[in-house]
Structures are given as structure tokens and as C-alpha cells.
Write a protein that binds this ligand. Structure first.
Ligand code: ZN
Length: 270
């Protein structure tokens, strides 16, 4: 049943975003109530493969490091990562999955300590979430609603499981081409990464994680670093403080992804 005063289905969206073409796009959302009062909201989206051209000191500036942690929260790793971030006074972004009641305190803590809580998905099961556009959007909104209940935050920041460049969804030809457009047209932003720690794959030690990240950083662009806080990932936990020290010593600044951060996206392969 629709609540009285719910104008969701009357929202008009103006403007489109072509995520395959580099450029600045503006989307305008427009809604009128029965008395003819009109409200509008605009959102700007930057599609880039190249370094973000934001001015120094603004969101998305060159030389900024966005540390991102996927697949958590986990009781074994996330609290210790939060402790290190707090000690170093660094804010980061957590792309989370569905969480148990026992781990809800971690989701609240992430928000309370000034980090960005973001949507990876209710489920990470590729065969399930990429079976249809409806299944994928439902996978986002289910977690978005749960996060809102836990924290009051209505986050629109997302990351595709496997990244937007994934080929694990090939069983459904073209789904990523359709989803990358649909997600943005639905008012969300999605972020891939341009620095990979390898902590879910090739990196076998903390040294590997440290080397992958520090070698991947680049002063002339914004840096979105992919890491994971899933259970047992001591490789990243043990490398984190040294990575932050390296960044500070080399003149980088750290920030968290916000609604205003320009999207960093991969090319789509499906
Ligand atoms: Zn993931």
C-alpha cells in the first residue's frame, strides 16, 4: 500500500549518464505535489578513466587516497581496522554486505566514527544477484533499508560485487552494461577502484599488500584503494598502519567517499 503523500512515482528524471563516455553529466529530479508545488534536486556525475580534475582541497582532488574495505563487517578484523583508522585520524569507506544482529554494532561504529557506510550488496552471490536487473536492484535496496534502520544513514554509494568490469556475470549477457546505467539512473553512485591491494587474490603476505598499494598510488589523480575486511584478513590488517604512514610521508591526503566524490569506474566487459 502506498502512503498518502508519497510522490515517488511522480518523480521525473531529466538528463542521462553515459558511463561509457568520459564527461560531466547533470541529472535533475523533479516532483510536483497535488497543489502544484514543485521540488527539484540535481546531482552531478563525472565519468572518468583519467585522473580526476578536481581542484586541490575539494572532494576528488589529486593526491587523495580513498581507502575502501569490502565484504565486511567481520568481528575479527573490522574492529581492529577501525582502531587503526582512529589512531591515525583517517576516514575510510566500508562497502558492506548483509550483517548479523551480533555485528550491527560494527555498522553503527563505522558511522559514529565518521567513516562512510556504503552498499556492496545484501548478498555477494554472483549467480543470484546478476540473474536480472530486478534481482540486483533488490540486492541494493534490501541492504540500504537495513543500514538506514541501523544507523539512520540513507546511503546511495555502491560498489558492484566483482566490480563493474566483472566477467563473472557473463551468464547473463549485457547485464553490466544495463546495470551500470540503471544504478545511476536510479539515483545511486557506484565506485570501482584504481589501486588494488590484491588482498582477496594474489597477495599472500602483509608485505605483498603494502607493496601492491604503495606502488599503485599516483599523486596526479585521486586514488581509490581496494581492500577487504572480511574475517581472517590479517594481511591487510597488518599492512594498514604502514600504508597510512607511507601516504602521509609522501604528501597524500586521506578522505572518505561521499555523495559528492566523482565516480571512479572501470570499463564494462559484459
Ligand atoms: Zn566483494
Amino acid at each position: 500500500m502506498k502512503k498518502t503523500g508519497d510522490l515517488t512515482d511522480k518523480i521525473q528524471i531529466e538528463g542521462t549518464v553515459d558511463t561509457s563516455k568520459i564527461g560531466d553529466y547533470t541529472i535533475t529530479y523533479r516532483v510536483k505535489d497535488t497543489k502544484g508545488n514543485e521540488a527539484t534536486k540535481t546531482r552531478s556525475i563525472v565519468v572518468t578513466n583519467a585522473p580526476a580534475q578536481a581542484k586541490p582541497g575539494t572532494d576528488g582532488a589529486k593526491g587523495v587516497i580513498y581507502l575502501t574495505f569490502d565484504d565486511g563487517p567481520s568481528a575479527s578484523i573490522t574492529p581492529q581496522i577501525l582502531d587503526i583508522l582512529k589512531k591515525k585520524n583517517v576516514q575510510a569507506t566500508f562497502f558492506i554486505l548483509n550483517y548479523s544482529d551480533a555485528n550491527e554494532y560494527l555498522v553503527k561504529r563505522i558511522v559514529a566514527e565518521g567513516h562512510t557506510i556504503a552498499i556492496h550488496g545484501y548478498s555477494h552471490d554472483y549467480s543470484q544477484i546478476y540473474q536480472s536487473e530486478e534481482a540486483y536492484m533488490q540486492n541494493i535496496t534490501a541492504l540500504q533499508e537495513k543500514i538506514k534502520k541501523s544507523t539512520g544513514c540513507n546511503t546511495i554509494i555502491t560498489r558492484f560485487p566483482g566490480g563493474s568490469s566483472n566477467t563473472v556475470s557473463k551468464f547473463n549477457p549485457g547485464i553490466m552494461t544495463r546495470l551500470t546505467k540503471l544504478v545511476v539512473d536510479s539515483g545511486y553512485k557506484y565506485f570501482d577502484w584504481n589501486v588494488s591491494s590484491g588482498d582477496a587474490g594474489g597477495a599472500r603476505t602483509s608485505e605483498d599488500v603494502y607493496n601492491n598499494v604503495t606502488k599503485g598510488l599516483n599523486k596526479s589523480r585521486m586514488n581509490v584503494v581496494l581492500m577487504h575486511d572480511f574475517s581472517g584478513n590479517t594481511k591487510t590488517l597488518n599492512a594498514l598502519e604502514a600504508i597510512i604512514d607511507y601516504g602521509i610521508e609522501n604528501g597524500y591526503t586521506f578522505s572518505r567517499i561521499t555523495e559528492n566524490t566523482p565516480m571512479i569506474t572501470h570499463g564494462v566487459n559484459n
